[in-house]
Write a protein that binds this ligand. Structure first.
Ligand SMILES: Cc1cc2nc3c(=O)[nH]c(=O)nc-3n(C[C@H](O)[C@H](O)[C@H](O)COP(=O)(O)O)c2cc1C
Length: 173
């Protein structure tokens, strides 16, 4: 298996925590981890197997040019890049209690951008075990990636990650 590139943002929060957990489980020799704040898209295209990690921080942050949000800066750069033939898996941090109507929306937004790159998105997840009202990341009866709620379901994160890796790793050959 060629090395997986994991790209995440922002830093020092729950996304970073889960990115580290994913990397630890896959093993340092098989994965390289990058913060989207530190790279340009030419780094992303070097990998055949890609994992993206994002959090939802409120609709208003998407249209602002808030410099504190790493994905706000990076996502527009991904428009138009070519990821044909590559596999992409996405995980998204959210809060299913306070934001039940917008649960992990940013993961859905990222999925839409990745869809235009020609990549094959893998690692969709059933809504079984999740409670929410609406989510932009819920498409055709499934989540487009792995939702994680570190605010209210921290104890479920490890099992969710383990189950997800069982799905995506065999596809990342
Ligand atoms: C201002 C703000 C807005 C948020 N908006 C949403 C939201 O719309 N949907 C959601 O699922 N979670 C939302 N959350 C919850 C975060 O996504 C969640 O706490 C996540 O773990 C943060 O990860 P991070 O610290 O790595 O950014 C919001 C949190 C904050 C602070």
């Amino acid at each position: 298996m060629s090395k997986i590139g994991l790209f995440y943002g922002p830093t020092e929060g729950n996304v970073e925590k889960v990115a580290k957990l994913v990397a630890e489980k896959i093993g340092a020799d098989l994965i390289e981890v990058h913060n989207v704040r530190d790279i340009e898209t030419d780094v992303v295209v070097q990998y055949s197997n890609i994992i993206l990690g994002i959090s939802t921080l409120g609709k208003h942050t998407w249209s602002s040019d808030n410099e504190g949000n790493d994905w706000d800066q990076f996502l527009p750069k991904m428009n138009g890049i070519d990821l044909k033939g590559k596999k992409v898996a996405i995980f998204g941090l959210g809060d299913h209690i306070a934001y039940a109507d917008f649960f992990v929306d940013a993961m859905g937004e990222l999925f839409e951008v990745v869809g235009k790159t020609g990549a094959t998105v893998i690692g969709s997840v059933s809504d079984e075990g999740y409670e929410f009202n609406e989510s932009r990341a819920f498409v055709d009866g499934k989540f487009v990636g792995l939702p994680i709620d570190e605010d209210f379901e921290e104890d479920m994160t490890e099992e969710r990650v383990d189950n997800w890796l069982k799905i995506i790793l065999p596809e990342m050959k």
